[in-house]
Design a protein around this ligand. Structure first.
Ligand code: NAD
Ligand code: AHE
Ligand code: ZN
Length: 382
C-alpha cells in the first residue's frame, strides 16, 4: 500500500452527474491528502436514505457532479502533514459529524452537543477544509465531495477530525453501519432523548433508522414500543426487535396521532420519533407525544423547502419538539465504543444487513434495493 503514498490514485467511483439521474461508474483520480487530511481505501459502503434524498435532488446543499456515500468501513492508505491520530493501515469509519476536540470548540467541549462546526461550511459546499477538491474526473474536471465522506469510491480523502479509528479486528463490512443510520437511531434514544425504563415510545418509519430506535428503546427498558409504517412488511422485524404494537396509518379512519393518544394510550407516549423525513409525519409524531411531558424527536431529513408546523397549543400543553444529528454521538470518541459493543455481542446489527453487493457498480443495485422497500441496509463490498 505504501507505494501510492504522495501520488494521485486512479480508481473506480460512482459519480452523481445530476439530480434524478442514475449514478455512473467512472475512473477518477484521487489526489493525495493535504495537511490535516487522510486518504483511505474504502472496503465496504452501505447505502443510507440520505444518499438517495440528495441524488433525487431534495437536498438544498446538493451539488453535482459529486461522489455520494457516508456509511463506510475503510483502511488508511496515506496521511497528510501534521496528522497524528491515525496512521497507515489503521481501520477507520468516516464520520459526517466530525470532532475536532479543540479546547476552543464550544461544541466539542460541551456534553450537550456533537455538532462540531470546524469544517461544516466547506463540507456543505462539497469541498475539503482548504476549499478545494481531491477528486478529478477523466477530463481532469473537479468532482464535489459529499458530507465530508464520499465513500462511493474505492478511495476517498477525508479530514483527520472525521476519522473514527476502530478495532482492526472488527469486520468492516458490518462496522460500516455505525457510520450513520444505526448510530443515529440508537443515539436518538440513548443520547438525545435519554429514554428511561418503562417509558412508552412511538416510532414513525421502520427503515434501518427506525428499527435502530426500536432496538435502542428495547435496550433502554421501554415498556411499550409502537411501530408505525405504511409498509406492513416492516412489522415482523419491528416485533423481533422489541415493538409491542404495530400500526399502519393507512388502515385507520382517524389521524394516527389520535389513535395513539386516545385509543392506544390515554394521553400519548413519553417519546416519539420521526424516521421518515415527511413533515406531516413529524407533526403526527409530535401530536401523539404525552400531554404535559412528551418529547418528540425529528430524525428524518426533510426535502428542501418542506417545513414543520403544528398549533402552538401542542407545546403550551407541555410537548417538546427536538431533533438529532448522528444520534448525538461524538463521532471519534463514541463510534469506536459502539464497534466494541458490536464485537462483544452487546449490540447485534446483523439483522440490518438485508443485501450485499460487490464492486463499486453494485451501488446502483443497492439503490434499487432501497427503492424496493425490502431493504434495510445494502452493503456494497469493494
Ligand atoms: P428508509 O427509507 O429505509 O425508511 C423510511 C421508512 O419510512 C420506510 O419503511 C417507509 O415505508 C416509511 N414511511 C415512509 N412514509 C411514511 C409515512 N407517511 N408514515 C409512516 N411510515 C412511512 O430510510 P432510513 O435509512 O431508515 O432513514 C430514515 C430517515 O432518517 C431519512 O429521512 C434519512 O434521511 C434520515 N436520517 C437522518 C439522520 C440524522 O442524523 N438525523 C441519519 C440517518 C438518516
Ligand atoms: N443538507 C441538508 C441537511 C441534511 C441533514 O440534516 N443531515 C443530517 C445527517 S443525515 C445522515 O443520513 C445531519 O447530520 N445534519 C446536521 C448537519 O450539520 O448537516 C440541508 O437541509 O441542508
Ligand atoms: Zn445517513
Amino acid at each position: 500500500m505504501s507505494s501510492t503514498v504522495g501520488l494521485p490514485i486512479k480508481c473506480k467511483a460512482m459519480v452523481a452527474r445530476a439530480p434524478k439521474v442514475p449514478m455512473v461508474e467512472e475512473e477518477i483520480t484521487v489526489m493525495p491528502p493535504k495537511a490535516g487530511e487522510v486518504r483511505v481505501k474504502v472496503i465496504a459502503n452501505a447505502l443510507c436514505h440520505t444518499d438517495i434524498y440528495t441524488l433525487d435532488g431534495h437536498d438544498p446543499e446538493g451539488l453535482f457532479p459529486c461522489i455520494l456515500g457516508h456509511e463506510a468501513g475503510c483502511i488508511v492508505e496515506s496521511i497528510g502533514e501534521g496528522v497524528t491520530s491515525v496512521k497507515i493501515g489503521d481501520h477507520v469509519i468516516p464520520c459526517y459529524t466530525p470532532q475536532c476536540c479543540e479546547t476552543s470548540c464550544v461544541f466539542c467541549q460541551s456534553p450537550k452537543s456533537n455538532l462540531c462546526p470546524a469544517i461544516r461550511s466547506t463540507q456543505g459546499q462539497g469541498l475539503m477544509p482548504d476549499g478545494t477538491v481531491r477528486f478529478k474526473d477523466s477530463e481532469g474536471k473537479d468532482i464535489f465531495h459529499f458530507m465530508g465522506c464520499s465513500t462511493m469510491s474505492e478511495y476517498t480523502v477525508i479530514a483527520e477530525i472525521s476519522c473514527a479509528k476502530i478495532n482492526p479486528k472488527a469486520d468492516l463490512k458490518k462496522a460500516c453501519l455505525f457510520g450513520c443510520g444505526i448510530s443515529t437511531g440508537l443515539g436518538a434514544v440513548w443520547n438525545t432523548c435519554k429514554v428511561e425504563t418503562n417509558s412508552t415510545v412511538a416510532v414513525f418509519g421502520i427503515g434501518a433508522v427506525g428499527l435502530a430506535v426500536i432496538q435502542g428503546a428495547q435496550m433502554a427498558g421501554a415498556s411499550k414500543i409502537i411501530a408505525i409504517d405504511i409498509n406492513k412488511d416492516k412489522f415482523e422485524m419491528a416485533k423481533k426487535l422489541g415493538a409491542t404494537d404495530c400500526v399502519d396509518p393507512t388502515s385507520l379512519d382517524i389521524p394516527v396521532q389520535k389513535h395513539i393518544a386516545g385509543i392506544m394510550t390515554d394521553w400519548g407516549v413519553d417519546y416519539s420519533f420521526d424516521c421518515t423525513g415527511n413533515v406531516n409525519v413529524m407533526r403526527s409524531a409530535l401530536e401523539c407525544a404525552h400531554r404535559g411531558w412528551g418529547v418528540s424527536c425529528v430524525i428524518g431529513v426533510a426535502a428542501s423547502g418542506h417545513e414543520i408546523s403544528t398549533r402552538p397549543f401542542q407545546l403550551v400543553t407541555g410537548r417538546v419538539w427536538k431533533g438529532t444529528a448522528f444520534g448525538g454521538f461524538k463521532s471519534r470518541t463514541d463510534v469506536p465504543k459502539l464497534v466494541e459493543r458490536m464485537m462483544n455481542g452487546n449490540i447485534n446489527i446483523d439483522h440490518f444487513i438485508t443485501h450485499n453487493f460487490d464492486g463499486v457498480l453494485g451501488t446502483n443495485q443497492a439503490v434499487e434495493a432501497l427503492h424496493s422497500g425490502e431493504c434495510l441496509r445494502a452493503v456494497v463490498n469493494y
